[in-house]
Ligand binder design. Structure first.
Ligand SMILES: [Zn+2]
Length: 374
């Protein structure tokens, strides 16, 4: 869920970055203006990810299978997967326009990664900026000429009415439901969590609200974040992003934009000790940290945050206490990330990073000890 430093602009010369003129049609938040994040259910972003998803399905690669433990509150997980599942049948011309668009994505984008490919990142950001437009050619409104390559504009403008008629209403509703579910948590806890994470990472939290595009489909991981500008795309229908867990996913994604000092410190320590920089330690660390920071907030236990942290922080020298059914289970544990190759990192994090989170060690010491034990 991380974008490598992507600062090179424009591999597609025709993808001209025009200034956005459209009003940003931000969701009317159910719970009033929210701190920290700005949520959008953007038609073009949703269409783009739908087409990418359907092209990937055709290619049969990297499509997230429906999770066996999909929670009951996520009825959309197995519905609305593709246009073929639309409630009303498509007319032959609609079918042709949609098929042409999926084939275009299959030919041009399906073998590229939404997170790492510059063309796809630029296209996503460009679609963000034309959120309020009915088409991308500027046919109805000059300022809506998105400056995309002509064949891509034609494909998207032809697919748009089909999507708008058959899938978008349900997907937009799912997005709005998802925002409404997480909004009270963001309202109550957002600022506190953001401040705590910034303090941990010795970084500044952005002064602006981080843009979050909510879409039926995101990437294979269910959410991804691109930098410069910092923007999060998150799936409203992915089982891992539902309920209270959505709050952790949001802050994990946002952490990609602020935890650079950790990555730099790990790299620096490794160079000093002449060690290879471990590829995913930084990512495991932000999973671990976000989980620990949201745990006291999301646990149903009545314990205070400090009691919860002191009594339940994992420690390799201490036998794990019996699982408390009221304690929040962080994403990386729930989704088995540590078991799939990160167990050594988990050991390092519980032994050396957790004391830093508990205020018993400094940032530099924690990083140095982790790296020396690699
Ligand atoms: Zn990530």
């Amino acid at each position: 869920m991380r974008q490598a430093a992507q600062r090179i602009l424009c591999l597609v010369p025709a993808l001209v970055l025009l200034a956005p003129f459209s009003a940003h049609a931000q969701l009317e938040p159910t719970f009033g203006p929210l701190p920290v994040f700005e949520f959008h259910s953007n038609f073009w972003i949703n269409l783009h990810h739908e087409l990418y998803f359907e092209a990937k399905l055709r290619e049969n690669k990297s499509v997230p299978a429906p999770r066996p433990n999909a929670p009951a509150q996520n009825p959309l997980q197995n519905k609305l997967r593709t246009m073929a599942d639309a409630a009303t049948p498509l007319t032959p011309p609609e079918q042709a326009a949609w098929e042409q668009a999926v084939q275009f994505y299959l030919r041009n984008f399906a073998d590229k990664d939404l997170l790492f490919n510059n063309d796809l990142i630029l296209l996503k950001n460009q679609l963000d900026d034309f959120e309020g437009c009915d088409d991308l050619s500027g046919a109805h409104k000059k300022t809506c000429d998105a400056g995309l390559p002509a064949n891509l504009t034609q494909v998207l403008d032809a697919a748009a009415p089909v999507y708008r008629a058959h899938l978008w209403p349900d997907q937009d509703r799912a997005n709005r439901r998802w925002v409404a579910r997480v909004a009270p948590l963001v309202e109550e806890q957002g600022v506190g969590i953001a401040e705590r994470l910034a303090e941990i990472y010795q970084a500044k939290w952005p002064k602006y609200k981080i843009r979050v595009d909510v879409a039926a489909h995101a990437n294979w991981a269910g959410a991804y974040t691109t930098l410069d500008p910092l923007r999060v795309t998150i799936s409203s229908t992915d089982a891992a992003n539902q309920g209270d867990e959505a709050l952790e996913v949001l802050f994990h994604e946002a952490s990609h934009g602020i935890a650079e000092p950790v990555e730099a410190a790990i790299a620096r320590e490794c160079r000093q000790r002449d060690k290879a920089i471990p590829r995913d330690l930084w990512h495991a660390l932000i999973f671990y940290t976000t989980g620990e920071v949201v745990k006291p907030v999301l646990s149903k236990s009545t314990k205070s945050a400090s009691e919860t942290s002191a009594s339940t922080s994992p420690h390799p020298d201490r036998p794990p206490a019996a699982a408390d059914p009221d304690e929040y289970v962080p994403y990386a544990v729930r989704e088995g990330l540590y078991e799939r190759g990160w167990n050594d990192y988990l050991q390092l994090l519980t032994r050396f990073w957790q004391p830093y989170l508990d205020g018993k060690s400094s940032f530099d010491d924690a990083i140095a000890r982790m790296v020396s034990s690699l």
